[in-house]
Structures are given as C-alpha cells and as structure tokens.
Design a binder for this molecule. Structure first.
Ligand code: ADP
Ligand code: UDP
Length: 238
C-alpha cells in the first residue's frame, strides 16, 4: 500500500493520507501506554494483534448492522478507514465495576451493574480526559443533541452485540471505550479501534485478565492475553 504524508502520530497509531481525501491509512504501533501515558512500553507484536482484532470486530459489527469507519485490512499492521471528524468525546460503556469508576466513586470492584452504564469523557490528554456530562458536551458545542443520542444508542448496540459475541467465546466484556466521528454527510460513524487496549476482557471461567490491565497492573504476559483474544475470535492457533 502506497501511503502518503503522515497526518498524525498518537500514542498507539499513526494516520497517513492516501490518494483519496476521504480515506486514511492507519498504522498500529507496538507502543503500550497507561495512566495518561505516564507508563510506557514497547511490545513487539502488539500492533499486529490490535490491527487484526479491531478489523475483525468492526467487520462483525458491520454484519450485525452497526457500520464503522473500517474499510479494509491492508496487512497485519495497516487498515484503510473512512476519514471522519472525530468528536472530542470518549464514550465508555461499563457492565461490571472496575478501574477509574471504583477509584472515583469508591464503589466495590467486580459488581455487575443492573444495566450498562454509559459515560462521556472529554478527549483531552492535557486535562487527563475528564468525565463530563451531556450538558457540558452540549453547552461547549462538543456534540449536538442528535449526536449525543446517536453515540449513546450506538454504544449500547455495540455493547449488546459484542457482549453476546464474547460470552460465546468464554469471555466477559467488562467495559470498553469508543470514539465516533462525523462523516462527509454529517452522520455519526463509529471510528478509532476496538481492541484489548480499549476494552476489558475477563475469562469467564478463571477471571484471568485478557487485556491492557495486564500492562497497567504488571500482571505479566501482556502479549499472551492479546494472542488469546485473537485466538478465540479467529479460531486460529499461533
Ligand atoms: P491518541 O490520539 O489518543 O494518542 P491513537 O494513537 O490511537 O490515539 O491515534 C489515533 C488518532 O486518530 C486518535 O486521535 C483518533 O481519534 C483518530 N482517529 C481514529 N479514527 C479516525 C478516522 N476514521 N478519521 C480521523 N481520525 C481518526
Ligand atoms: N479506556 C480507553 N482509553 C482511555 C480510557 C479508558 O480505551 O483513554 C478504556 C479502558 O481500556 C477500559 C474502559 O475504557 O476498557 C474504562 O476505563 P477506565 O475509565 O476504568 O480507565 P482506565 O483504568 O483505563 O484509566
């Protein structure tokens, strides 16, 4: 794949222009970051698993009627996606309490919530991605009322589809983060990535953490967890 100028380098990915102004090439890096990039590491092979897992999940969501920016897998580290204007909001959906929710509110870890909790965070690394309300998003023009409604509905739909998918693979979908963008017609489109970097996955039998918490909490064998998620999705032994 001929890639053009690099438009952006983030913590986990690089975005390149292509010959088509509507299409971007994403390169997944091997970098791992946590706690607003205060903790960093490089892990050979991580970018490949996230590329493959994210492409697989976006393909699955599309089959289930949830479209996204994903167009095509180019190779083990690159995807073509539809270029969107990313809304400055990270949507987190939680099924089980853990992570910053417990730290912030003092609620116990590991509680299954009576229904999924949807939270908005402002996408701003310098501010540490603070939790915001719908009203902040509206009043500061980060999203319109229709966009807020659409992001919530789509996030809950993703939770349903992926929750069922992972349950069938012996994995509990604990929580995850989504990003959305505006496409050229102004529609809200699911974007960015869905991978063990952006989701929490617990083995349904053993409770083993199969996601970036292995890195956050120094649990060891981070790559093995990502490999396990890919194995359960693809059915391929590596
Ligand atoms: P970060 O910016 O948090 O360090 P990444 O390293 O994952 O994150 O960088 C990818 C960047 O590309 C993110 O800012 C993300 O919002 C943005 N992005 C994801 N999908 C698209 C898309 N389809 N069009 C434009 N930008 C996108
Ligand atoms: N998450 C993410 N990017 C972020 C913050 C959170 O992908 O910048 C994901 C995280 O992997 C988890 C969920 O969103 O699946 C909820 O994360 P939490 O708020 O508990 O924060 P964290 O512990 O990741 O800092």
């Amino acid at each position: 794949m001929e890639s053009g100028k690099m438009l952006y380098e983030g913590k986990a990915k690089r975005m390149f222009e292509t010959g088509d102004p509507e299409i971007l090439l994403i390169e997944y890096k091997n970098s791992l970051t946590a706690f607003n990039a205060q903790k960093k590491a490089e892990m050979e092979g991580k970018g490949r698993y996230n590329t493959l897992i994210s492409a697989w999940l976006f393909g699955y969501l599309s089959e289930k009627g949830i479209p996204s920016h994903f167009l095509k897998l180019v190779d083990d580290n690159h995807q073509l996606v539809r270029k969107v204007q990313i809304l400055p909001i990270e949507v987190v959906v939680r099924n089980i309490t853990t992570g910053t929710l417990c730290k912030r509110l003092g609620v116990p870890e590991g509680m299954r919530l009576p229904r999924p909790l949807v939270e908005f965070y402002l996408k701003d690394d310098a501010l540490g991605d603070p939790l915001i309300t719908d009203d902040h998003a509206l009043l500061f023009n980060w999203a319109s009322p229709e966009e807020i409604k659409s992001m919530k509905e789509k996030s809950l739909a993703v939770n349903e589809v992926l929750g069922d998918l992972f349950r069938g693979k012996g994995i509990i979908l604990v929580d995850f983060k989504l990003e959305f963008g505006r496409d050229s017609e102004g529609n809200v489109l699911l974007a960015d990535e869905i991978s063990p970097d952006t989701c929490r996955f617990w083995d349904a039998t053993t409770g083993e953490r199969l996601d970036k918490d292995r890195f956050r909490k120094d649990l060891g064998d981070v790559l093995g967890a990502y490999r396990e998620i890919w194995k359960r999705l693809s059915g391929k032994e590596e």
